[in-house]
Each structure stands twice: as C-alpha cells, then as structure tokens.
Design a protein around this ligand. Structure first.
Ligand code: B12
Length: 330
C-alpha cells in the first residue's frame, strides 16, 4: 500500500475486501473505544483505505469485484456510524446529495455523517439525485445549505442542474469531488457558492461562509446554443455514434459501447458548458489508458465515431471535440 499506510489500514482493507461489514464495524468501534474520534475513523481510516484501494484498482492490483466489495463494506459501516447518531432538533440544517447521473455516493455519505456528528441537522439523499426531485425537497425543507458531490466531470451538467435547483429554492450550495476539476476550478463557473477540497473540510466551510446565492447564480455559465442543440439531439448523436463504432468493431459488447459513448458525449457537453476542452480531454485520456485492458484496442475509435456522428451540422460540438483530442494527445 502507499505512504502513511498503517497496520490498521491493512486490517481494514483485508476485512473490507472480504465484505465483512460486521467485522469492520467491530474494528472501528474498538478504535473509537480506544479514543480515536469519529471524524478520524471516517476520514483517516475508512476513506483513506477507499482512496488507496481506488488507486490500486486503477493500477490493476484489485479486481473490479474486490473494489466493489471494499466500497460497499466501507459504505455500510459509514451508514451504521451515521445511524448511531441522533439527529439534532436545532442547529443548521444541511442536505447532502450526489449530482444527477453520479453514482459515487461514499464521500458524500461520509461528509453527511461528519456533519451530523458536528451537530448539523443533516439529510443525506443518496446518489444520482434528479434535480427536479432535489428542488422539490429543498423548497419543502428550506435547509441552510446543500452539499453536492460529483466524482466525474461527465456529470457537470447534472451538477449545474442541482445547483440551479437549489438556488431556485433560495438555498446556497457547497460542492466537492474530483468532478469539479483540480482545486475546484469549475465550481464557480457552475454557480456554486463554495467548494471544499475534502469531505472533512465541509464542516469548517459551512461554519465560516457567507454565501450570496443570487450573486453566485448570476456568475454561472449559461448554456450556449451549441450546447442546447447537442442536449436536444443527444439520442440521435448516440445512435449514430453507436452505429459508426459497431461498424468498425462489430464484436464488441453493445453495453460497453453505449456506456463509453454516454460518458464521452456527456463530457463533451460538460466541456461546452465550462467552455474548456479539459472535461472531455480527461475522459479521452482515461479511455486511452484504461480501455485496452478491457478489450478495446483502439480507444481512438470512440472520438472518431463521435466526430462522424456530429457531422458538419453540430459544428460547435465538433470543434470542441477536436480541441479535446488535441489536449488528450491522441
Ligand atoms: C468506488 C468507485 C466507484 C463506485 C462508487 C460506489 C459508491 N457507492 O460510491 C462505482 C462502482 C459505482 C463506480 C462507478 C463508476 N466509476 Co468510479 N470510482 C470509484 C473509485 C474506485 C473510488 C472513489 C472514492 O470513493 N474515493 C474516495 C474519495 C474520498 O477519494 P477521491 O475520490 O480521491 O476524492 C478526493 C477529493 O475529490 C475529495 N472529494 C471527493 N468527493 C467529495 C465530496 C465532497 C462533498 C467534498 C467536499 C470533497 C470530495 O475528497 C478526496 C480527498 O480527500 C474511483 C477511483 C479513485 N482513484 O478515486 C473511481 C473513479 C472515480 N470512477 C471512475 C469511473 C470512470 C467510473 C465508471 C464510469 C466506471 C464504469 N465504466 O462503469 C462508473 C460511473 C458511474 C456513474 N454514473 O457515476 C473514474 C473517473 C475517471 C474520470 N476522469 O472521470 C475513477 C477516477 C477511476 C478511474 N480513474 O478509472 N465507481
């Protein structure tokens, strides 16, 4: 394992890989009995192991199923820890959710557990929360803040919709997660009131911020006509790109083709939203690195298929795709 990994981390990784939630819960309960604060258990032990396992999985040292077992076991224990805390009757009220389309719920769940531990009235709404449902909840509950998490830039449109929904309900938004770019560079472009670098920092930011949701919303990037057209014609572009790709690689599993095209096209939309090729370039780069080991030998087939599907009538999107290919170096 990486730097700063202790025997405790190794024990947690091994129990979590075996999917033993009860065993892991007993281990962290013992740590807390011995004086380790809940916050340290959440972030220095459980999420630290998740991060390390994530890196190892990316390097091919963990199987996908092992990574799933670890994540599910750690998430179960985070939920058990949160479930053992009383909901305060007073104090700031915070809603925590993961952006529309995004399934990476664990960091948001840990942030929510820590908020509860620190005396915030907290509602965790889970992963992939539709912005329309979110808006309804926020209008009804009128919390003091929304914490919105996104692990992938391909979900930036979903994140933007969540931020808009919160602002419509008059609720300021703190965002976090790798989807918002390095040092949260896309957070204010998306209209967020604040960004936190780690789930642990959420408490400190919420205690000290003075948000101005009207000003934050006024600064948010508008959806350009090029972006609106791509959103409206997404299914048609997807279908054309799928046909292009399967013509070039007829033996590939259609579900894989659809999943990769979906991520790429949503990242293209994210690039058009933030006005930068980086979100799409990052995905193209990731696909070039990761897909050969999944039987997709020529990841350039993906941008080739999308370029053919965009044709000359979606010129703005095609130009952004060209920039992203240049940045990704393929
Ligand atoms: C677990 C995991 C999953 C699980 C999530 C389960 C769950 N319940 O959370 C599942 C299996 C569902 C999943 C699915 C996918 N995943 Co995934 N996943 C991961 C993994 C291994 C760990 C993520 C994690 O929880 N890390 C622990 C956190 C604490 O660490 P961190 O992510 O580094 O976060 C730091 C900061 O960003 C910040 N932070 C993070 N979240 C938040 C939230 C808030 C509020 C704040 C303030 C801060 C904050 O805190 C951390 C620093 O302390 C990462 C690999 C990795 N190296 O991270 C990939 C990763 C995020 N996934 C990835 C991908 C591609 C996918 C899939 C597309 C795979 C696929 N082909 O199906 C799908 C997409 C699903 C979807 N629609 O969203 C990529 C994203 C690449 C990219 N550039 O966009 C990653 C990076 C792996 C990779 N490089 O290949 N995944």
């Amino acid at each position: 394992m990486g730097q700063g990994i202790t025997e405790t981390h190794l024990a947690v990784a091994s129990i979590a890989t075996a999917g033993d939630s009860g065993g892991l819960y007993r281990l962290v309960a013992r740590l807390m009995d011995e004086g380790t604060p809940l916050e340290a258990v959440l972030f220095d032990v459980l999420l630290r192991v998740e991060q390390e396992v994530g890196h190892r999985w990316q390097r091919g040292e963990y199987l996908v199923a092992e990574e799933h077992a670890v994540t599910a076991t750690i998430e179960t224990v985070v939920s058990l820890l949160a479930g053992s805390l009383d909901q305060p009757l007073e104090g700031s009220h915070v809603v925590v959710a993961t952006a529309e389309g995004d399934s990476h719920s664990l960091p948001a769940r840990a942030a929510a557990a820590n908020l509860l531990f620190n005396g915030f009235r907290t509602n965790f709404l889970g992963a992939n929360v539709l912005s329309s449902d979110l808006e309804e909840f926020l209008v009804d509950e009128k919390p003091d803040a929304l914490v919105l998490s996104s692990a992938m830039a391909s979900h930036l449109l979903g994140a933007r919709a969540g931020i808009e929904a919160a602002h419509t309900a008059g609720v300021p938004v703190l965002v976090g997660g790798r989807g918002f770019g390095e040092h949260g560079r896309w957070a204010s472009v998306l209209g967020a009131d604040a960004w936190a670098s780690t789930p642990r920092d959420v408490v400190a930011v919420l205690r000290s911020w003075e948000p101005d949701p009207i000003a934050a919303e006024a600064n948010a990037a508008r959806r350009t006509p090029e972006l609106m057209e791509l959103i409206e014609r997404r299914s048609e572009v997807m279908a054309r790109a799928e046909a292009e790709w399967t013509a070039r690689a007829p033996d590939l599993d259609r579900r894989v083709v659809r999943a990769e095209l979906d991520i790429s096209i949503r990242s293209l939309e994210a690039s058009l939203l933030v006005g930068e090729p980086a979100p799409l370039a990052e995905v193209l780069h990731w696909q070039a690195q990761a897909l050969p080991s999944h039987g997709i030998d020529q990841p350039s087939t993906i941008p080739d298929a999308i370029a053919a599907a965009l044709g000359s009538d979606l010129q703005g999107a095609a130009t952004m795709l060209g920039f992203a290919r240049g940045v990704a170096g393929e």
